[in-house]
Design a binder for this molecule. Sequence first.
Ligand SMILES: *Cc1c(COP(=O)(O)O)cnc(C)c1O
Length: 372
Amino acid sequence: MTTYVWDYLPEYEAEREDLLDAVETVFRSGRLVLGPSVAGFEEEFAAYHGSAHCTGVDNGTNAVKLGLQALGVGPGDEVITVSNTAAPTVVAIDGAGATPVFVDIRESDFLMDTDQVAAAVTPRTKALLPVHLYGQCVDMAPLRAIAERHGLAILEDCAQAHGARHHGELAGSLGDAAAFSFYPTKVLGAYGDGGAVLTSDPDIDAALRRLRYYGMEKTYYVVQTPGHNSRLDEVQAEILRRKLRRLDAYVAGRRAVAERYREGLGDLAGRGLLLPSVTEGNDHVYYVYVVRHPRRDAIIEHVKRHDIALNISYPWPVHTNSGFAHLGYERGSLPVTERLADEIFSLPMYPSLPAGLQDKVISAVREAVLSV
Ligand SMILES: *Cc1c(COP(=O)(O)O)cnc(C)c1O
């Protein structure tokens, strides 16, 4: 059987009773849409982060899009972000009618190079969109200073950073609003799609609630500004409530997997294999375990012979996608992003990864690195 970088079935076997009870709870509640489970999850997810408000939405892409719209971003505005991210970050900016503006990333942790942000600000800039990629946070202090100086909003893309901390504070509590995805692979994953936006500003939260509900305050009410339907599903919300209680355990499990990789592969730096580095002040949650090697493609091919399928997050930086050619970024315009895209690859990472399977991966990667 092929080993993939992610699998939820071991977790499902371990949590089956609780998850099926969550489904039964909703089916028996008499409320299938925006009922007590969505409200309960919103309250508990906000409380976990020490935020005043949480609005559940249908997925992470719409969490980013609606988050931007609630912050006042729209057509004609620019949003500064990175090209080394999941495409949905940028698709969501486009969906809000705004223009993405990319800065490069740092060689050390593959995250937004905040030293480049000030120069990217123009009179049209409306928001900064840091992506806490792979499970650790972007340096927020310089972004806050720039935002304050130019009157910009900050939306955190936390789709990969549930439970991550930055100088002791949780990702999701570091800007004006924060967008989360609960896509199944994420650190807090549903059994289907889901998303949420956190904020401590009641007006932003009220805007989000209208945006996810046709533009209405409440049922059978007037539409002020037309919105769409972006509700979080009640069944997914109840599953997420159950899983939120285990979030800290999931994070601990991911860290244990990361530690085992460090023990098994940490000595190969001299052979060109670089493991993830954790930036000072960050507690990493290892959404994906991204390593780097100049002969990445040969290593992936070699490991495939052992029936292990590795991933690349992400092989094509967003600015090189044909759908974003109109933005006008030439090859070479984001040199660190482009170089890393040719060298990075991901090893299997999920909290229920069986130790025996991980040991197989470690020995296959060792063999590959020592032979290429
Ligand atoms: C997963 C992800 C999203 C999108 O979430 P969906 O729930 O799949 O729509 C957005 N941004 C980042 C960084 C992601 O990893």
